[in-house]
Design a binder for this molecule. Structure first.
Ligand code: FAD
Length: 499
């Protein structure tokens, strides 16, 4: 353990990098720990940010409320719209379509979750799809949305990543964070390897007690300086490239992301108020950059607003997220894949985790170990959930899909798939991000047909069964019929200036 920092109070935190991760960290630390520490962020306009990362998941709302961020102000500033889930096309088989929604689906019982009820209904001739029991899916399909005080609908946002970083910068500076513009040229270390300061091209030296590496895929501190090992997951998540392009909107924004699989990866479509974000995520072993670009341009609508940009990455994670007096947040800590929009969530949770165990009185090995263990467990759960989408497929139309279908997968994931296949059982551990409904929707959506299910609902008569399932469906239909169109609600609630 670092001698320099044992019993050494942490009074100054230096954040390297001002992408979404850097400004999320600055916003949280300045707002919540401002009375105890100084927060300094260094970024380089010359280098810029990765500029993608525009789909989010519901816990972002908790993070915003922790910081006292006003939803309407945030949405106006970031051209945001609402998100109810993700629409997956061509994943199980070409022509397949399912939606992975936020929120709960149906109503189960203490002993058996709703999918058992639904499966029993099917066996008795009630053929309605599982998605008819999700309010979020039905609202998404009808392109309708409204927030409600009762919190009946669970939602997240699509946002403009560049504007979000700017929004958080203003927020952080108001709360006392200091921004320093400049390119970090050299990272200084104490004799024991702890980081002591960041030297900029201008010669300025920024010293600190604790450093947060938010320099993106470069990993300037955690990787280039501290040489923290990386666990490579590309044998499970083989996509390693993306091309992103922005287009003009040609239709009002829908409240969901669309992920359309193709022969060597998939394409995203994320509508915002003022434009659409599009991207092609692919595996370079099976698709060249040029082919990927052409594929993307052939499959978008509306005038292209930006030059297509190629981004290269390796899926995996740092073996330590907190190493010496440096914590990696964002892309510097690892990257799973953008498929389920988890990256922003992971560093929001990372900074909250750090604030809960903040080393005010010195860094201890036990705090580092706990932080690393929690962060790794969380990320591995997300990893398994993403692999599920690739592995549980019937597609065999390309080398890429044949590889994904036949690859070996983590034991933790095999176990979940087997449980669902045999007994329709899904579960969610206490600290896991993805709820059992998420696992259920994706496993059913990708084509798993459970062989058996819990018999407890077989004690109901067919009439009772029909009445109960019918009541859930009709209350959803009724609720959706009362919602306004999504675009109308956005216009009234949070229209950005100038739209
Ligand atoms: P960056 O945005 O790369 O920021 C790095 C910062 O470090 C910049 O400010 C840069 O100037 C600075 N920097 C670097 N080197 C130096 C230096 N030498 N001196 C000074 N400053 C320096 N996440 C989601 O949650 N949802 C999504 O839908 C989603 N989609 C994605 C799609 C793709 C294709 C990819 C690759 C990622 C996606 N992500 C998504 C992840 C998301 O984009 C990132 O987690 C998020 O943008 C945070 O990035 P970052 O701040 O870590 O890095």
């Amino acid at each position: 353990m670092s001698r320099a920092l044992q019993n050494h109070q942490v009074k100054k935190v230096v954040i390297a990098g001002g992408g979404t991760a850097g400004w999320v960290a600055a916003a949280a630390l300045s707002k919540k720990l401002g009375p105890f520490i100084d927060v300094v962020l260094v970024e380089s306009d010359q280098i810029g940010t990765v500029g993608v990362g525009e789909a989010t998941i519901p816990p972002m709302r908790i993070f915003h409320s922790l910081l006292g961020i006003d939803e309407q102000e945030f949405m106006r500033a970031t051209e945001a719209v609402f998100k109810l889930g993700i629409s997956f096309k061509n994943w199980g088989q070409i022509g397949d379509h399912y939606l992975h929604p936020f929120g709960t689906t149906g109503q189960g019982s203490y002993l058996a979750d709703f999918q058992h009820f639904w499966l029993h209904g099917k066996s008795r001739g009630i053929e309605h799809d599982f998605d008819q029991y999700s309010l979020e899916i039905q609202a998404a399909k009808a392109n309708k949305f409204a927030t409600s005080k009762t919190g009946a609908i669970n939602f997240a946002y699509h946002l403009d990543a560049t504007r979000y970083a700017q929004f958080l910068r203003t927020f952080s500076e108001k709360n006392g964070a200091t921004r320093i513009e400049g390119k970090i040229q050299h990272v200084h270390q104490h004799a024991n390897g702890d980081i002591s300061g960041l030297q900029l091209e201008s010669g300025e030296l920024i010293e600190g007690d604790l450093f947060i590496d938010c320099t993106g895929f470069r990993g300037l501190l955690i990787d280039q300086t501290l040489k923290t090992d990386y666990e490579d997951w590309s044998h499970w998540l083989p996509c390693d490239s993306a091309i992103a392009v922005q287009t003009e909107s040609v239709v009002p924004p829908v409240p969901y992301v669309t992920c359309t699989a193709h022969h060597a990866g998939w394409q995203w479509h994320i509508p915002l108020q003022h434009r659409v974000g599009n991207g092609n995520v692919f595996c370079s072993q099976f698709m060249s950059d040029d082919d990927a670009k052409q594929h993307l341009l052939n499959n978008i609508e509306g005038k292209v607003l930006t030059d297509p940009r190629v981004i290269k990455y390796k899926t995996g994670r740092r073996k330590q997220f907190w190493n010496k007096n440096c914590i990696a947040l964002g892309l510097s800590s690892g990257f799973v894949e953008p498929l389920e929009s988890t990256s922003i969530y992971l560093f929001m949770n990372g900074i909250v985790r750090l604030m809960r165990m903040f080393p005010f009185h010195g860094i201890t090995q036990s705090a580092m170990d706990e932080y690393n263990q929690q962060s790794i467990a969380e990320l591995e759960n997300v990893r398994d959930f993403i692999i599920l989408h690739y592995h549980v497929t019937q597609r065999e139309d390309s080398e890429f899909w044949r590889y994904c279908k036949n690859m070996s997968i983590p034991d933790t994931l095999s176990h979940r798939i087997e449980l669902f296949k045999h007994n329709a059982l899904a579960f969610q551990d206490e600290r896991e991000l993805f709820r059992l409904e998420s696992w259920t929707h994706v496993m059913l959506g990708q084509g798993i047909k459970p062989e058996s299910y819990h018999p407890m609902f077989s004690t109901m008569s067919d009439e009772e069964l029909m009445a109960h399932l019918g009541h859930i469906r009709s209350s959803i239909t009724n609720a959706v019929s009362k919602l306004p169109p999504h675009a109308t609600f956005v216009q009234q609630y949070c229209q950005a200036k100038g739209n």
